[in-house]
Ligand binder design. Structure first.
Ligand code: WTA
Length: 651
C-alpha cells in the first residue's frame, strides 16, 4: 500500500471550519450534530429499523418480508418486496400537488428549452415503455442507452425501469469500440440513441458511432433513434427505427410492472485496475431507498427547489442525482446538454440566473476550470437563488472549495463534498448541510447506515491522521450486487482483502474529529477530470497499435484535471519515434476508448523499468512522470540503465 503523503501533508494544514448557517439549520431536516449522531447511531445499531422507516416513505406493490439478508459478500435488501422504480419516480406524485409541477427542466446547448411536468413525463415514459414492448424488449432484457443529456435519456431509463428491462447507459463521449465491448458484455438486444448531440457548437455523430459499433453483427437487433440534431444519418432497414415514428403506434397506458426488490435495474460500466471495464450491477429496492434518502438528507431537498446536478447521464452521478434521486423525491431536476464554456465561459452562471437554480452539484475539475477562466464571468450574473452547493467525483483542494463557497455560494451556501462511487450507488461520506460543520477538502462524516474505516494492510484501523485504505464495513442498501457475469471478479476485487469488508480502492485518513479526508485512488485507476480510467485499458489500447511493443500508463498530478495521463511506450524494432506518431497514438486511444482517455503526454522509451519477475514498476514511472527524483526502493529493478535513460529530459 502506498499512500501519497504529500497530499496528506497539504490537507493537514487545512484548519478552517465552517458551521452550518443558523437560518439554514433551522429549516433543515437534520438540524444539528447531535441529531445526526443520534440517527447515525440508530442506523448502525438497528439498520433494519432505520431503513424500513425510509423505505416506508416510498410506494411498494408488496411490502418486504425481511430488510436484509447478508451472506457476505452477497446482500439482498427488502426481501419479498415488490415495487417499480418508475412508479416511485412518477405515479407516486400524480395523486399529489406535484402532478402539475415541473419534473424536468431542460436546456439544450444551442439554447432551446423544454419543461416536462410530472404528468407529462409520466405520459412520455408510458408511451416509450410501450414502444419498448412493441419492439419485443421485455423484462430482464438488456438495453444500451447512448444518448446525450436530454429528457429522452431520462425517459428511456424510466421506461426500461417501468417494464423491468435492464438499462446500460454508455457515456456519449465513448467511442464505437467502447459501445461494442459493452454490448458484448451485457448481451444487449436493443440500443437507444440519437442522430447526434451538440458539444461546443459541433455535432457529435452518435448514430455513426453506433453504426460502427454494430458493424459485423452483435446481439443488438433493434436500434431506436431519437431525432435530436437533424444531422444526416444512415438508417439500417430492418434494424433501425425512429423514436417519433414508433410513438405513432402506441397509447399511453402502461401499468408499472411489479418487480422483485432484487430485480436488476441497471448495469453501468466503470474502470477497474485490471482488464476491461466492469459491469456494475444495481438492483431495484435497495438502490431506490439509497438514492431517495441521500437526495433527501444530503441536499435537504424541498418541493420548491430547482436542483441542478451537472453530470452527464452516462455517469453514475447522472443516474442517481440527475434522474432517479430527484424524481423519487418529487423534485424539479434541471438538465443541461452541453459544455460549460459554450458559447462563453459563463454558461453555467447564465443558466443559474435565468432558471433561479437553488442547488448546484458539480465536480471539482469544473470548479478549477471556472477559477482559471476568471471571476469576471461569475460576476456578470445574479446567483442569489443558490442555497446549497455540492461537489463529487474527486478530492477537492481547499482553495477550490473556498473559491466555490465564496464566489458561487456568496459565503452563505453550505458546501457538501460528497464521496461515493459507481459501486456504492449513492452518497456514502458527506456533510449534512444543516448539521455537520464542514472543513474544506474533507467529505466529513459517514451517511446513515454507512460504516467506513481507514485500515492498514492487515485490516487494522489506523489512528488519527494516519493514511490507509478506505473500507466499508458491511452492506448498505444501494451497494452493487455483483459485477455482471463475473461474480469471481466481484468477490476478488472488493471483498477478498478484508473479510466482509468492502475495499473502495481509495486511500484516506481520518482526523482527530473523525472526519474523512480522501486522498484519491491507490489502485491503478486514474481519476481524470472526475472520470475513472483504468491504466490497463489505456495500455491495451496502445498496445493494439501496430507499431507499439509495450506501454505503461501512469497518472501525473494535474492542477486542472486532478490527474493527467502519461504513457510510456516502447516501439517495435525498426519503428522511428516521431511527434506524428505521438499524435497517432493519442488518436488511437481516442478511437478505442474515447477522447477522455487520450494520453496528455506520450513518452517513447527504449525499455520500461521492470522487476526481475518482469512486472512493470509503475511507482518509478509515476515519479519520473511527475518530474520527481526516483526515491523509493529499486532493489528489485532488473536493469538500472533503463532508469537513467527514462529520467533524461526529453529532446
Ligand atoms: C473519487 C463518482 C474525493 C474516488 C461518484 C472514488 C472522490 C471515485 C469524491 C469514484 C470526493 C468521488 N472526494 N474523491 N468527494 N467522490 N471520488 O465511480 O476516488 O466515477 O473512488 O463515481 O471518485 O468514481 P465514480
Amino acid at each position: 500500500m502506498k499512500i501519497d503523503n504529500r497530499n496528506i501533508e497539504s490537507h493537514l494544514k487545512e484548519k478552517r471550519v465552517f458551521k452550518p448557517a443558523k437560518e439554514f439549520a433551522r429549516k433543515a431536516r437534520i438540524k444539528n450534530l447531535a441529531q445526526y449522531r443520534r440517527m447515525y447511531r440508530e442506523s448502525i445499531r438497528q439498520p433494519d429499523k432505520f431503513w424500513s422507516r425510509e423505505a416506508k416513505e416510498l410506494s411498494w406493490q408488496k411490502r418486504w418480508r425481511k430488510v436484509l439478508e447478508w451472506k457476505a459478500p452477497f446482500a439482498k435488501w427488502f426481501i419479498g418486496g415488490k415495487l417499480n422504480l418508475s412508479a416511485n419516480c412518477l405515479d407516486r406524485h400524480l395523486t399529489t400537488h406535484r402532478r402539475n409541477k415541473a419534473a424536468i427542466l431542460w436546456e439544450g446547448e444551442p439554447g432551446e428549452k423544454r419543461t416536462l411536468t410530472y404528468q407529462q413525463l409520466h405520459r412520455e415514459v408510458c408511451r416509450f415503455a410501450n414502444v419498448l414492448k412493441r419492439n419485443k424488449i421485455g423484462k430482464g432484457r438488456r438495453v444500451i442507452i447512448y444518448l446525450p443529456t436530454i429528457p429522452e435519456a431520462a425517459i428511456a431509463m424510466l421506461a426500461c425501469a417501468r417494464i423491468g428491462a435492464v438499462h446500460s447507459v454508455v457515456f456519449g463521449g465513448f467511442s464505437a469500440d467502447s459501445i461494442r465491448d459493452r454490448i458484448h458484455d451485457s448481451g444487449a438486444i436493443a440500443l437507444i440513441t440519437a442522430d447526434g448531440s451538440y458539444r461546443r457548437g459541433g455535432i457529435v455523430p452518435l448514430k455513426k458511432n453506433v453504426d460502427d459499433a454494430l458493424r459485423g453483427g452483435t446481439s443488438v437487433k433493434r436500434v431506436i433513434v431519437f431525432q435530436r440534431a437533424h444531422n444526416e444519418i444512415h438508417m439500417e432497414e430492418g434494424r433501425d427505427v425512429w423514436w417519433h415514428r414508433e410513438l405513432e403506434y402506441v397509447d399511453d397506458n402502461c401499468p408499472p410492472a411489479a418487480l422483485d426488490s432484487e430485480h436488476p435495474l441497471y448495469i453501468l460500466y466503470t474502470s477497474g485496475s485490471t482488464g476491461k471495464p466492469k459491469g456494475i450491477l444495481h438492483t431495484t429496492g435497495g438502490y431506490l431507498v439509497g438514492i431517495y434518502s441521500t437526495t433527501k438528507y444530503v441536499f435537504d431537498i424541498r418541493d420548491e427547489d430547482i436542483f441542478w446536478c451537472t453530470a452527464d447521464v452516462g455517469w453514475v452521478t447522472g443516474h442517481s442525482y440527475v434522474v432517479y434521486g430527484p424524481l423519487a423525491n418529487g423534485a424539479t431536476t434541471f438538465m443541461y446538454e452541453g459544455a460549460p464554456n459554450w458559447p462563453e465561459p459563463d454558461r453555467f452562471w447564465k443558466i443559474i440566473e435565468q432558471n433561479r437554480i437553488n442547488i448546484l452539484y458539480t465536480a471539482p475539475t469544473a470548479i478549477r476550470a471556472f477559477i482559471r477562466w476568471g471571476d469576471q464571468w461569475v460576476k456578470k450574473h445574479d446567483l442569489s437563488s443558490l442555497r446549497l452547493l455540492g461537489t463529487v467525483g474527486e478530492p477537492i483542494n481547499p482553495e477550490a472549495w473556498i473559491w466555490y463557497h465564496k464566489n458561487i455560494g456568496g459565503e452563505h451556501c453550505p458546501v457538501v463534498d460528497t464521496w461515493w462511487q459507481t459501486e456504492t450507488g449513492a452518497i456514502m461520506i458527506t456533510p449534512l448541510p444543516g448539521a455537520i460543520p464542514t472543513k474544506p477538502g474533507s467529505a466529513t462524516l459517514p451517511f446513515f447506515g454507512v460504516d467506513p474505516a481507514v485500515v492498514d494492510p492487515n485490516g487494522k484501523e489506523v489512528g488519527a491522521n494516519v493514511g490507509g485504505k478506505l473500507i466499508i464495513r458491511g452492506p448498505w442498501p444501494s451497494m452493487l450486487r455483483t459485477i455482471y457475469r463475473d461474480t469471481e471478479r466481484y468477490k476478488k476485487q472488493y471483498w477478498s482483502e478484508y473479510k466482509e469488508n468492502y475495499v473502495t480502492g481509495d486511500g484516506a485518513r481520518r482526523d482527530e474529529d473523525g472526519y474523512f479526508w480522501i486522498v484519491g485512488r491507490i489502485d491503478d485507476v486514474l481519476n481524470v477530470a472526475g472520470h475513472r480510467l483504468g491504466t490497463s485499458e489505456i495500455e491495451s489500447a496502445l498496445v493494439s497499435h501496430v507499431r507499439v511493443a509495450e506501454a505503461a500508463v501512469v497518472g501525473r498530478p494535474d492542477e486542472l484535471k486532478g490527474q493527467s495521463v502519461v504513457a510510456f511506450v516502447t516501439l517495435k524494432s525498426g519503428v522511428d519515434a516521431s511527434n506524428d506518431l505521438k499524435g497517432e497514438l493519442r488518436d488511437h486511444v481516442g478511437v478505442h476508448i474515447g477522447a477522455i482517455a487520450k494520453p496528455d503526454e506520450v513518452r517513447f522509451a527504449e525499455a520500461l523499468p521492470k522487476t526481475r519477475s518482469g512486472k512493470i514498476m509503475r511507482r518509478l514511472l509515476k515519479e519520473i512522470a511527475s518530474g520527481a527524483k526516483v526515491s523509493g526502493d529499486t532493489t528489485t529493478l532488473e536493469d538500472f540503465s533503463v532508469l537513467t535513460k527514462l529520467a533524461e529530459p526529453e529532446e
